[in-house]
Design a protein around this ligand. Structure first.
Ligand code: ATR
Length: 278
């Protein structure tokens, strides 16, 4: 029987996940399908039940259900608990487990972007990390960076109370948003986890003068692929990593959890995902 997988969220119009999963399903000849389940908030319980009843292998969860879905699952693993959100559910022998593959996606993309390997050594970039933002993506980034051995992490966010709360929870330092330019002095890695610089969003207004040129710069925004931040950083000699790989690698891990095959993230897949959607 064809294995059912998919994505629940609301709205889902622009999701790239079906493209990624369908590409691998075909490449690895897996008898499976990946469907979009547009799920208004009042329908989360219902869709989880339906997917269980249909013996789905699991499903991805996106905005706005990453927290709400938790109460309809049987267990939540440690990673999802630390991140405080579920982006992937695995259903096995009737047990629905919530996990989160965003931290894996974040660090695999960063390692691959800096070293060419998803298990490459990035320790020199992890000495002094500056993180912009304090949203859901920031939490996944902090968990990933901590697990990879990041020493000092400095957080800054427009709403300073959110940065302060995160700093307390994860033993980081928080600084005011208007001090972000100065905080780049001595940084080994700068990461943007805000939505600034994304298409249809305001630009990220950041002065990189104080950033050492041997620091790495990572933007989790992937539309556009080369943000103004990455363009400016690259022009002054910093190594840069774009955000598309985080999307691809979080999907890679979910695919492995459901189908038992770790699919490859290749330049051909990247090109396929970047083709305009009809
Ligand atoms: P996600 O789950 O994708 O991380 P989010 O939780 O909505 O999304 O977080 C968006 C991040 O972008 C937040 O850090 C947000 O800052 P606030 O916490 O102050 O809202 C940041 N962000 C969005 N628009 C911004 C803007 N115009 N200026 C500064 N920061 C902005």
């Amino acid at each position: 029987m064809t294995t059912l997988t998919g994505l629940i969220g609301y709205p889902l119009d622009h999701s790239l996940s079906p493209r990624i999963h369908s590409y691998w399903i075909k490449q690895y000849s897996v008898d499976a399908e990946y469907k979009l389940f547009t799920t208004p908030p009042a329908r989360v319980r219902q869709i989880v039940k339906r997917l269980r009843d249909k013996s789905a292998a699991g499903f991805n969860v996106t905005i706005p259900h990453k927290l709400a879905v938790m109460e309809y699952l049987d267990t939540i693993d440690t990673t999802a608990t630390r991140i405080g959100a579920v982006n992937t559910v695995i259903i096995k022998d009737g047990i629905a487990t919530g996990t989160n593959t965003d931290a894996y996606g974040f660090i695999a993309n960063l390692r691959e972007g800096l070293t060419g390997r998803i298990d490459g050594d990035i320790s020199s970039a992890l000495t002094n990390v500056v993180l912009l933002g304090a949203g859901g993506a920031t939490r996944a980034a902090i968990v990933a960076l901590r697990d990879a051995g990041a020493k000092t992490i400095t957080l800054t966010n427009r709403s300073s109370d959110k940065a302060q709360a995160l700093a307390e929870e994860f033993s980081c330092t928080s600084i005011p948003w208007d001090e972000k330019n100065a905080a780049l002095h001595g940084a080994t890695l700068l990461v943007n986890t805000t939505s600034l610089g994304m298409q249809h969003q305001p630009p990220l207004d950041l002065d990189l003068s104080a950033l050492p040129t041997n620091a790495a710069v990572h933007d989790i925004v992937y539309a556009p692929l080369e943000t103004e931040l990455l363009k400016t950083a690259r022009a002054r000699g910093n190594k840069t990593v774009d955000g598309l790989g985080m999307l691809l690698y979080q999907a890679q891990k979910a695919f492995e959890l459901w189908h038992g095959v770790l699919p490859e993230v290749t330049p051909k897949l990247r090109a396929h995902i970047l083709e305009p959607q009809e």
